[in-house]
Design a protein around this ligand. Structure first.
Ligand code: ASP
Length: 326
């Protein structure tokens, strides 16, 4: 649940009751079911507004610093687009090697700098806990856009928005996560967030060396959510409502030979998908490498490109909430 706001960033005071006003967003563990539903509701409004008028001035005069220490296409550009569609401006720092980071500046000093110029900071960093560390040293809200193999909370929120928009519900779902569950931060966040829903079953399908971490499984088990673990899709695919495919995270392997052994463990093809329900969805946080065949892209169940569009609306909602305008 949201706690005390950080230093207010609004010059006027009539929107400060929005949940998450002035708060950091570091982990999905901060969210209750009501919060998640609120994000979905606001994202839905944002979708309608973008479809109707494209850009509007809800966050006019506000500035976002987009600080990325790791590569990103969707997260960084959707946060930028979100801020600009809300009438705000962006300081993009996606090439940290051209900033003072290359001179050896620490993360706390970098965020202390950016808080002087921006109202909110979106941070991606290769180390687990980096967003929490940055938040400790920053007066302005920090939004975690991925901290190593830790969490990716805004992705999980857009994933639940996708499920809601596509299947019309968040409860009573059989969800199968496939691929690199060890290093994939998106599945760590999504598994945790789905514990807020009822009637969920989580199936984890991965090679033995890429299994879902025990701490995530323990947290999920504590909430009474049934979980299964497999190395093939066969048994669970026919009952799956959401198939969440992930890429094997090459950059997290110490030895590329180990990556080579598992990189092609699973490939979703139209043939494989014959065993799945007619009404279900296939999601992927993207980028896709080889784990979903291009031939599957035209299948109506392929939701991954729609999913990245939903990301824009969810990030608009989060920015508006954090800056007190939802
Ligand atoms: N884009 C997602 C992330 O940043 C997924 C991935 O990179 O595989 O975690």
């Amino acid at each position: 649940m949201p706690s005390k706001p950080k230093s207010p960033c609004l010059p006027f005071g009539d929107h400060k009751t929005a949940p998450w006003y002035g708060q950091d967003i570091l982990s999905v563990k901060q969210f209750s079911r009501t919060d998640m539903e609120y994000v979905i509701e606001v994202a839905h409004e944002m979708r309608i507004m973008v479809e109707r008028i494209g850009t509007f001035d809800l966050l006019k005069g506000k500035i976002l610093a987009n600080l990325f220490y790791e590569p990103s296409t969707r997260t960084s550009s959707s946060f930028m687009a979100a801020m600009e569609r809300l009438g705000g401006a962006v300081i993009p720092i996606s090439e940290v090697r051209y900033s003072s980071v290359a001179k050896g500046e620490s993360l706390p000093d970098t965020v202390r700098t950016l808080e002087c110029y921006a109202d909110v900071i979106v941070l991606r960093h290769p180390e687990v806990g980096a967003a929490a560390l940055a938040a400790k040293h920053c007066r302005k809200p920090i939004i975690n856009a991925g901290d190593g193999i830790g969490e990716h909370p805004t992705q999980a929120l857009l994933d639940t928005f996708t499920i809601h928009e596509e299947l019309g519900r968040l409860d009573n779902l059989n969800v199968t996560m496939l691929g690199d569950l060890k290093y994939g931060r998106t599945v760590h966040s999504l598994a945790r967030l789905l514990t807020l829903c009822s009637g969920i079953t989580l199936n984890y399908v991965s090679p033995d060396v890429l299994m879902m971490p025990q701490d995530v499984m323990d947290e999920v088990a504590e909430k009474g959510i049934p979980q299964t673990q497999q190395t093939t899709l066969k048994k669970v695919l026919p009952r799956t409502d959401v198939l969440y495919v992930t890429r094997v995270q090459k950059e997290r392997f110490e030895d590329v030979a180990d990556y080579d052994k598992v990189k092609s463990a699973y490939v979703i093809t139209p043939e494989v998908m014959k065993a799945a329900k007619k009404k279900m969805i296939v999601m992927h946080p993207l980028p896709r490498i080889t784990e979903i065949a291009l031939e599957f892209d035209d299948d109506p169940r392929a939701a991954y490109f729609r999913q990245m569009e939903y990301g824009l609306y969810v990030r608009m909602a989060l920015l508006a909430m954090v800056l007190g305008k939802a």
